[in-house]
Ligand binder design. Structure first.
Ligand SMILES: [Zn+2]
Ligand SMILES: [Zn+2]
Length: 171
């Protein structure tokens, strides 16, 4: 995912890449290709790259651990400058100084970092997911389990006990 910048004319240039997650060194949570849409604006002082990245993530639901796939999109910008003094004026996370004679910029590290930062920390397959029973591990989306029954029954026993006591006292 390299852009040849040697001899590039001033102005805005557009690029599209599609790259495999393996080529980017992404973990298995990224099963699909990554689409990168970028513009590179060249002026006499810098190259300004603006990139949008889009792909898919596959993660387990936090509640029921079923695998879910969801789209993931993010973006970043990067200034490539030739002079250190030029770099000092820019947010350090958004600037790289190009060594003299460098004619290629490689987007791979920045794209990988952007995707890892955008990785979702909370994932549920659907809002109403009932999750797994904390006792027997049954997926409660597929129906209630037996331990839930006994819990409910236990509560009724307590109530009956109270009612009995009350009636004894009343009598
Ligand atoms: Zn779920
Ligand atoms: Zn259970």
């Amino acid at each position: 995912m390299k852009i040849q910048v040697g001899g590039l004319s001033e102005g805005v240039h557009a690029y599209n890449f599609r790259i495999t997650p393996a080529e980017l060194g992404l973990p298995s949570e990224f099963p699909d290709g990554v689409d990168i849409t970028a513009t590179l604006e060249k002026t006499s002082r810098q190259l300004l790259l603006r990139a949008s990245v889009a792909t898919t993530v596959e993660v387990p639901c936090d509640r029921c651990v079923a695998l879910i796939r969801e789209p993931l999109g993010s973006g970043y910008q990067m200034h490539y400058v030739w002079e250190e003094t030029e770099a000092e004026r820019i947010d350090p996370s958004e600037v790289q100084v190009m060594p003299p004679g460098q004619t290629v910029i490689d987007l791979a590290d920045d794209v990988r970092q952007t995707l890892l930062l955008a990785f979702p920390l909370k994932n549920v397959c659907r809002e109403e997911c009932r999750g797994l029973c904390f006792r027997c591990g049954k997926n409660l989306n597929e129906g209630a389990c037996d331990c839930k029954e006994t819990l409910v029954d236990g509560r009724w026993d307590k109530l009956k006990e109270l009612q009995n006591n009350n009636s004894k006292q009343a009598g």
